[in-house]
Write a protein that binds this ligand. Structure first.
Ligand SMILES: Nc1nc2c(ncn2[C@@H]2O[C@H](COP(=O)(O)OP(=O)(O)OP(=O)(O)O)[C@@H](O)[C@H]2O)c(=O)[nH]1
Length: 318
């Protein structure tokens, strides 16, 4: 199953962002520290590069990410031209207080009364743009919520110290190139989901955690993960929580939802879904034409019926 996820209002968001890019000096790109590259919108980089705008890349929600992986990502991004990367938790005022100084370092020729520093906050839905904006302005100007695409319009706000900020709605891009990116984004709640998808996403997440963080699964649910696969982990959650259907079999749907909630809330611990190394390995898999797995993934993508996120009944009833 491939993921179609480009709602109509994203087209107008892209157009507005392209227009605004002309009038700003730099971009503050917010990504999710747990999946920095999967949560990077390639369209933002294209728009930024077309206008040669430097970028302060904020790896947000660092409080929920694996610190070792986060440091590797910071080093990775800081080696890129025009990019300054920092890991923050936008929920922590002392972290956000660092942002204006960092922004001036990125565009040192601006920030005077005559030439105010014009910044644009960009990022995919639910990465914490509004949280950052509210914290920078020390008041609530943008709606915050753990739901993708809460912000629908652009806002321009004066930050003081000759700084102006434009907030943009979360922007997705038309096609996710790698299926695993779609699953990581769904796991972290950058896109909405329904029960059917949640089961697939939870199984994917469980497989990934088995490989990278089996000790955290054991600590949370108390079972030995040896010999388990992703399905067995979700079933294990159902068994532990007593989630059973009328006939007595495991309620996989409910367990999948609980498992994802545990990950999203941080209850499972500090987890990064990717590292620069795992990303390089993923790209190598897709680039290698002799790799039967990569070819199989492409075939699956072509054969499978598209699943349209816009039709997804939200499990939270919204
Ligand atoms: N743990 C943690 N949660 C955060 C952090 N920053 C934001 N959040 C949470 O992430 C969720 C999304 O935050 P928003 O600020 O609404 O995200 P957004 O990018 O503006 O979302 P859209 O409006 O959909 O584009 C909310 O539940 C926030 O409380 C952080 O640093 N750490």
């Amino acid at each position: 199953m491939s993921i179609q996820w480009f709602p109509g209002h994203m087209n107008s968001a892209r157009r507005k962002a392209a227009e605004s890019m002309e009038k700003v000096d730099m971009v503050i790109e917010v990504v999710d520290a747990r999946l920095p590259q999967a949560s990077c919108n390639p369209m933002i980089e294209q728009l930024r590069n077309a206008r040669q705008r430097p970028c302060l890349k904020i790896l947000n929600k660092t409080d929920m990410a694996d610190p070792v992986a986060t440091q590797a990502w910071i080093d990775y991004y800081n080696s890129q031209k025009g990019v300054t990367a920092v890991a923050l938790s936008c929920k922590k005022p002392s972290d956000v207080a660092r942002v204006p100084k960092l922004a001036i370092q990125v565009a040192p020729h601006r920030g005077t009364a005559l030439k105010p520093l014009r910044m644009m906050i960009m990022g995919i839905p639910n990465v914490g743009k509004s949280t950052l904006m509210n914290a920078l302005l020390k008041k609530r100007v943008a709606a915050v919520g753990d739901e993708p695409a809460v912000t629908k319009t652009q806002q321009r706000l004066y930050l003081g110290n000759n700084m102006v900020l434009t907030d943009t709605p979360g922007m997705l891009w038309p096609k996710i190139e790698h299926p695993s990116d779609g699953l990581m984004l769904a796991a972290s709640h950058a896109v909405g989901s329904n029960a059917l998808i949640e089961e697939e996403v939870a199984t994917f997440l469980a497989d990934l955690l088995l490989q990278r963080y089996p000790q955290l699964l054991k600590a949370r649910y108390g079972f030995n993960t040896e010999g388990m696969d992703g399905v067995a982990v979700v079933e294990g959650v159902a068994a532990k929580r007593g989630f059973r259907l009328k006939g007595g079999e495991y309620d996989f749907e409910k367990a999948a939802h609980t498992f994802l909630q545990d990950y999203r809330s941080g209850a499972l611990g500090r987890i990064s879904l990717e590292t620069p190394q795992s990303r390089a390995e993923l790209l190598a898999t897709y680039q290698s034409t002799d790799n039967p797995d990569a070819l199989q993934a492409e075939d699956d993508e072509e054969d499978d019926e598209d699943y349209d996120w816009r039709d997804a009944p939200d499990h939270r009833g919204r």
